[in-house]
Design a protein around this ligand. Structure first.
Ligand code: C5P
Length: 210
């Protein structure tokens, strides 16, 4: 049997970096499920198709190749916003969740991160983490990333975008973003990535011994 680590939480909480570190540490396969929603949205945007045509979006989602997800291309801010719009549609979620579940069964183990991994995609995962941080801290991290990359950004705009996306993700009817009842909460507001990694590692090592 494979070993799955489910990592959920809002945008810019640090779950991506943490997931990659964990996957590397244990030699597990990693899937950032946000990229599957982003790739679906981008395929629609590229073809100038509407984001709210559910049958069309579900068809695109059903044809997605998990091997072709390019994080550098898909990480653009506007694609994240468009992704959260296609992510409210149940038939899009069904298509993507099927592909995500197939991925989660890979040997010897998998790390999946997203919004509904512990609650919907892999409810039986032996380790569930819910990584969060205050909206202000998350907006500051995004702001610093943009500035470090040589871009210009407005902190208040980034903060407003983050709050709006949180509301859309937590408020939707199908698979809203939330911590599973048996998830370990990691608030990274005042925690370095190293400290978050050590806390996660202690939880995972304890579960692997069982
Ligand atoms: O994590 P990321 O910012 O890349 O996710 C983009 C959007 O995709 C999220 O705002 C959310 O609406 C959607 N998503 C989701 N379920 C997941 C992963 C992402 O609904 N498991």
């Amino acid at each position: 049997m494979t070993f799955t680590i489910a990592i959920d939480g809002p945008a810019a909480a640090g779950k991506g970096t943490l997931s990659r570190r964990i996957a590397e540490e244990y030699g597990f396969h990693h899937l950032d499920t946000g990229l599957t929603y982003r790739a679906t949205a981008k395929a629609l945007l590229d073809r100038k198709l509407p984001l709210d045509d559910e049958p069309l979006a579900a068809e695109v989602a059903g044809k997605l190749d998990l091997g072709g997800l390019d994080r550098a291309v898909l990480s653009a801010h506007e694609i994240g916003d468009a992704a959260s719009k296609v992510a409210v549609m149940p038939s899009v979620r069904r298509a993507l969740v099927e592909a995500q579940r197939a991925f989660s069964a890979r040997e010897p183990g998998t790390v999946l991160d997203g919004r509904d991994i512990g609650t919907v995609v892999c409810p039986d995962a032996p380790v569930k983490l819910y990584v969060t941080a205050s909206a202000e801290v998350r907006a500051k991290r995004r702001f610093d990333e943009v500035v470090a990359g040589g871009g210009t950004a407005d902190f208040e705009t980034i903060l407003a975008d983050i709050v709006r996306r949180d509301e859309r993700d937590a408020g939707r009817a199908d698979s809203p973003m939330r911590a599973a009842d048996d998830a370990h909460l990691l608030d990274t507001s005042e925690m370095s990535i190293e400290a978050a990694f050590s806390a996660a590692k202690a939880i995972i090592d304890a579960a692997l011994k069982q």
